[in-house]
Design a protein around this ligand. Structure first.
Ligand SMILES: Nc1ncnc2c1ncn2[C@@H]1O[C@H](COP(=O)(O)OP(=O)(O)OP(=O)(O)O)[C@@H](O)[C@H]1O
Ligand SMILES: [Mg+2]
Length: 340
């Protein structure tokens, strides 16, 4: 019998370090934090992190910068990511009992499956510098599949498609391993960019990232949903006159603007299915495909994928929390199996 003091008293943390949102799970407490992955910096000092910093995006005075340190699922700015992780780990510690805060936590971080060895090391180093005692990583689609409750350990094929802000992760899982996967660096951010480009090209209207995201969430769709055809007012700056201007856009034209990024997501699903072993492919005929991540909430995406692949498609109940919940399940399992 080996007694590990710190293991017994420390509380482990699971992190979904996403391009758009960072979520933190504390063992025995559940999901304790859910904040946008945004950091506001003034003269090289962090002034705010998370929701408060996101409100500043595109609205900062010249001496403050609001930064999204993760791009396309990986770290684009190491120093800022480290600061962000430090802030989240410290904040998560508030949810632990005082005796648990003494120990540096073991951290399990979900990373995109397409990440390189160097990128994975960078994530681990950042978490170590931010206060972790030990860092483990788990592939995002695996965490997502576990988080939505797919039977990953069974000898049957399960397919998960996690559409985040920066990446879309597609995986077929069986017997606790990923059998076939695709990770494409297209997600919600790319959809926002397509909307910005569309407004520029068609209306000479310059809009910000937050406005584009708002349009996508309010009237964006991947498939015609007749009852939900809507329009909304969009405000921005006229590129010709340089003055503020507002126009009305319809869901139909936003659907057209979103066609390219959505086609890339559909292609990633198709290519994974095409390379999937036949036994597992036949399991998917019955079990279908599960969509998770914030992008899964684009209206009609489930229907489009179902029609293109000729398979049943489901959207997870709580798509934004799938990955972090998965890290929680893994941490809980690890601690149940730990020898003391
Ligand atoms: N209702 C909605 N409809 C469409 N898109 C949405 C909706 N709600 C959130 N999103 C989008 O989902 C994305 C964020 O999803 P999520 O939190 O899963 O990403 P992430 O995990 O941070 O990113 P990644 O996994 O790529 O690193 C954003 O692009 C956001 O605009
Ligand atoms: Mg994600």
């Amino acid at each position: 019998m080996k007694f590990r003091f710190s293991k017994f008293f420390s509380s482990d943390i699971g992190i979904d370090l996403g391009t758009a949102n960072c979520l933190v799970y504390v063992k025995d407490h559940g999901v304790v934090l859910n904040e946008p992955s945004v950091v506001a910096i003034k003269d090289n000092v962090v002034v705010s992190v998370g929701a408060e910093a996101k409100r500043m995006l595109g609205r900062c005075p010249m001496n403050i910068k609001a930064i999204r340190p993760m791009k396309a699922g990986v770290i684009a700015d190491f120093a800022v990511t480290e600061e962000m992780l430090r802030y989240f780990i410290l904040k998560a510690k508030n949810f632990m009992a005082p005796y648990q805060r003494i120990f540096r936590p073991t951290v399990l971080i979900a990373v995109p499956s397409g990440i390189t060895e160097v990128e994975s090391r960078a994530v681990q180093d950042s978490a170590m510098h931010a206060g972790a005692a030990k860092v483990h990583t788990i592939e995002e689609p695996m965490a997502s599949a576990i988080g939505v409750g797919l039977p990953v350990a069974e000898p049957t094929g399960s397919m998960i498609v996690d559409i985040g802000g920066g990446t879309t992760e597609v995986a077929v899982i069986s017997l606790a391993g990923i059998v076939e996967k695709r990770s494409c660096r297209v997600g919600g951010d790319e959809m926002d960019s397509s909307i910005i480009q569309h407004m520029k090209r068609v209306y000479n209207l310059l809009i910000g990232e937050r406005m584009a995201e708002d349009i996508k969430i309010r009237i964006g769709s991947a498939y015609q949903v007749p009852d939900l055809e809507e329009s909304m007012e969009v405000k921005g700056r006229d590129l010709v006159s340089g003055l503020p201007k507002s126009i009305r856009v319809s869901s139909l034209e936003i659907r057209t603007a979103l066609q390219e990024p959505i086609a890339s997501i559909v292609d990633a699903v198709r290519s994974t299915l095409e390379h999937c072993p036949p036994e597992l492919a036949s399991d998917l005929m019955d079990r279908g495909i599960m969509l998770a991540g914030g992008g899964a909430m684009i209206r009609g995406l489930d229907r489009l994928i179902s029609e293109e692949m000729n398979l049943p498609v489901f959207v997870a109940d709580d798509p934004l929390n799938a990955v972090v919940k998965g890290t929680g399940v893994v941490l809980q399992e690890l601690s149940n199996n730990v020898q003391i």
